[in-house]
Design a protein around this ligand. Structure first.
Ligand SMILES: Cc1ncc(COP(=O)(O)O)c(C=O)c1O
Length: 377
């Protein structure tokens, strides 16, 4: 039987038509009409005024942190339950990440932990320069609580919606809640450009500044003049062409991912697993379908995933939280409840992400559910 992958790309729209346009017009460059068209289409979809296409979600985060003025010695708060790319750019900027645990309902940044962390930071006279809030697995964070808290302390929010294109919270798109926000179009994301990302902002001057840094910080003169350090962070016109075709089938992809999730829920209804709780206003994109092993399952998520791999099923444990990563062991972290236990440790220990591709059939999902049941009972 063929291996089922976690989240392979599905190219089903007019990607090749746009790529051909790029070739025929000889725009094989990190700028061009496909890039502009993708930026305009995504700014409209995410309901943000300005968009800048980048080579990756990670470079988008880096530019956004720079735009927020994050620099050497600053503190930046960040969701702990995420992929390392959410916080690595904080360190690129010479700043110090402080990790915030998950809320047990949203699974994203805990407003309780954030509230304590902000109060401590104020007392210490060192408020963070920004808070990076992640919409993990295409689930919204609790912006109803997080945004007023950040506003109260005057701290801007950078929304990492890398995994959340198409998700909404109270009808508003994920990616529209931060002062700045980012998406990723990595190969495994809900839409891909083979590799790429986008940063959104609310002021044209910020977009201009990020564009400047993303294109090697060249001063506007004919000879090459530099007064700042720059990066080569723009998205290629050819990759943007793929993204345009992908965006046209986003809604189809969303309904395919929802079908995966609903099917797994039904197929695993009597298995010793639990699905993430629903919460008011959250409409997920179900980028990945995932479930949590119940306490009576003796195996960890890692052990279960390894056994599934032997059956040619590619799955993954939920993200290992950043406060538990060796590379960030010296960083401060705030738990949801205020004690030693972190909600996100438990999510990692119990969470299993299931094959979630757009082209899964019901037979594939039955195969996954039966394999999982054969391992955990
Ligand atoms: C939550 C999160 N943030 C950031 C990134 C970085 O995106 P990229 O891989 O496009 O650099 C990813 C994905 O890889 C991600 O899942």
């Amino acid at each position: 039987m063929a291996r089922l992958l976690l989240s392979p790309p599905y190219i089903g729209g007019r990607e090749e038509v746009y790529v051909r346009e790029a070739f025929e017009s000889n725009w094989i460059a990190p700028l061009g009409p496909q890039v502009t068209a993708l930026e305009e289409a995504l700014a409209a979809r995410v309901e943000m005024p300005y968009a800048l296409a980048t080579a990756s979600g990670t470079s988008a985060l880096h530019l956004a942190l720079k735009a927020l003025g994050v620099g050497k010695g600053d503190r930046v708060f960040c969701s702990s339950f995420t992929f390392a790319a959410s916080c690595n750019p904080i360190v690129y900027q010479g700043a110090e990440p402080v990790f915030i645990d998950s809320d047990p309902v949203t699974l994203n940044l805990s407003a309780d932990a954030l509230s304590r962390a902000l109060a401590d930071a104020k007392r210490e006279g060192k408020l963070p320069r920004a808070v990076v809030v992640v919409d993990l697995y295409g689930r919204s964070a609790d912006f109803d609580r997080i945004l007023p808290l950040c506003r109260e302390y005057g701290v801007p929010v950078l929304e990492d919606a890398a995994e959340a294109l198409g998700a909404t919270y109270h009808g508003r798109p994920c990616g529209s809640f931060g002062d700045l926000s980012v998406l990723s179009f990595n190969g495994n994301k809900i839409i891909t450009t083979s590799g790429g990302g986008m940063v959104f902002c609310r002021e044209e001057s910020l977009r201009q500044k990020m564009l400047f840094w993303a294109t090697q910080a060249k001063e506007p003169v004919l000879h090459y003049e530099h007064t700042e350090i720059g990066y080569n962070y723009r998205l290629s016109n050819v990759c943007a062409a793929i993204g345009r075709g992908q965006l046209e089938i986003l809604d189809e992809k969303l309904s395919r991912r929802l079908a995966n999730h609903e099917s797994y829920r039904a197929l695993l209804a009597d298995a010793p697993v639990t699905f993430a709780p629903e919460f008011d206003g959250n409409r997920e994109n179900h980028w990945l379908s995932f479930c949590f092993l119940n306490d009576d399952v003796a195996l960890t998520s890692e052990q279960v995933c390894l056994k599934l791999l032997e059956m040619d099923l590619e799955t993954r444990p939920a993200w290992k939280p950043m406060h538990a990563q060796p590379v960030f062991s010296s960083c401060r972290a705030y738990s949801h409840g205020g004690g030693e236990d972190f909600v996100s440790d438990r999510l990692y220990d119990r969470g299993v992400c299931l094959p979630s591709g757009d082209l899964l059939t019901e037979d594939d999902r039955v195969r996954v559910a039966e394999a999982l049941r054969s391992i955990i009972g």
